[in-house]
Design a protein. Structure first.
Length: 451
């Protein structure tokens, strides 16, 4: 990184950043209070609030959102007449999944092979640290030239919509000229990237019932309708022979015309086993950024260990459907429900329950804020030009903010590049990326103030 005062300040702050991320990762802040103590999330929220107060933020508050979680808000006033920038991140994290699969404990930040490992290190506790580093660097080099609002969400990973509903009820709270969402990631380490689209999503719980109770498979099997077999048929109907998602009535032929994703690089990033083919058709970018994608997240059925010779009376599954920009998530949900009902065999009883939903997002990349970010990233990443990419995941708050503040410019950056393995075991963050993106964000704020 070329020498400049902001970059030098961020570099000097990296040991502090690691210590703070260590503290923050230690909170088991999974916003599923059936699995993890509410006190862990509340502790993380208090940590964020204390950090904002220490940086001189005013009106710091723990917001009790309608889904029973807390988001953290703070306001840092800038010069009179300055623009206002909202910085977003979330402190809640995905469950660690199989803790035995982690090389080091998921809630202990551990340095290994030049990366920092821990649940939330990249998604998105590292994003909070990024915002703090950028603001500290500006304060040490002439001051923060804009008014800054920070919002740290407490339930983004659950998709329960608490912050969206709170923002709709308090529309003045998060109003800003530009919004920086720190929950995306570079296309690859060292390539500065702004995410210009996000797929939306819907989560659906499906239950199939066929019998009043389980039956002996030897006595009744062959004629008694098996609920688990019926559920398997339903789930199989959601994919074509090549693995493409097929939901009746849902368009699935869109194309991505921006940055392309090399297939071999994708296989490497996704850790696809040798000899196993990718699914779907079109380019990789088409498949992961521009088209719908269904995933079976879980099935309730007897485990293999301890299973008995029984015809199953009931079975359940949790299904995620990612929907591309231009597709209304609510309409996609209706189509998915109708598809499931139409493809349930043997007259089995089927019910669906929506668990979560988020709309897709498309940014206006022609806005002045994007030029300010491109100039900042050119300094933070010498010799590299800022790229535009899509992201397969969803950040439901984006569309809420876009609807509430139609004149606001929204940029998505962050630490979740492919090597970060977010949502998987052994999630990690690149400290070099944290450093460079913090520099980029600081320079962006300075550039944007002058634009």
């Amino acid at each position: 990184m070329s020498s400049n005062p902001v970059a030098e300040t961020v570099a000097s702050l990296m040991p502090r950043a690691k210590a703070e991320l260590t503290e923050l990762v230690a909170f088991k802040s999974v916003a599923d209070f059936d699995q993890f103590p509410r006190s862990e999330s509340e502790g993380a929220a208090r940590w964020v609030a204390d950090a904002l107060r220490a940086e001189g933020f005013e009106d710091v508050a723990l917001l009790d959102t309608p889904d029973g979680t807390q988001s953290v808000y703070g306001y840092l006033p800038g010069p009179a007449g300055a623009k206002t920038v909202l910085l977003y991140a979330h402190y809640d994290v995905q469950p660690p999944l199989d803790e035995a699969g982690w090389t080091t404990p998921p809630f202990e930040l551990t340095e290994r092979d030049g990366r920092w490992y821990g649940r939330g290190a990249a998604d998105c506790k590292g994003g909070l640290i990024m915002h703090l580093l950028a603001l500290r660097a500006l304060r040490a080099n002439g001051g923060v030239p804009v008014h800054v609002k920070v919002i740290a969400e407490g339930s983004e990973e659950m998709g329960t919509g608490g912050l969206e509903r709170y923002a709709e009820e308090h529309p003045e709270l998060l109003e800003a000229d530009t919004i920086v969402i720190g929950d995306a990631g570079n296309f690859r380490v060292g390539l500065p990237t702004v995410t210009s689209t996000l797929r939306g999503m819907t989560l659906l719980r499906v239950q199939v019932d066929t019998l009043a109770g389980n039956l002996h498979s030897g006595q009744f099997g062959g004629a008694a309708p098996d609920a688990l077999a019926a559920l398997v048929r339903v789930l199989d109907s959601l994919r074509a022979e090549d693995g493409s998602t097929t939901v009746d009535g849902l368009a699935a032929e869109e194309r991505w015309d921006g940055l392309q994703y090399d297939e071999e690089q994708f296989r490497k990033d996704a850790k696809v086993l040798d000899g196993v083919g990718l699914i779907g058709s079109g380019t990789v970018a088409d498949r992961i950024w521009a088209r719908p994608a269904v995933t079976v997240l879980g099935i309730d059925c007897p485990p293999v260990v301890g299973a008995t010779p029984s015809v199953q009376a009931s079975a359940r599954a949790l299904i995620s459907l990612r929907v591309p920009p231009g597709v209304d998530a609510a309409e996609a949900t209706k189509l998915l429900q109708a598809h499931i009902e139409a493809h349930t065999p043997w007259g089995a009883r089927v019910s669906t329950e929506q668990i979560g939903q988020g709309q897709a997002f498309r940014a206006d990349t022609s806005s002045p804020a994007y030029q300010a970010m491109a100039d900042a990233m050119a300094v933070a990443y010498p010799g590299q030009e800022m790229q535009y990419a899509g992201q397969g995941g969803s950040i439901p708050l984006c569309n809420t903010l876009a609807a509430l503040y139609p004149r606001a410019e929204i940029l998505l950056i962050g630490l979740s590049e492919p090597e970060a393995q977010i949502h998987a075991v052994n999630e990690s963050v690149s400290p070099e990326e944290l450093e460079r993106l913090s520099v980029a964000e600081a320079l962006f704020l300075r550039n944007y103030a002058a634009s």
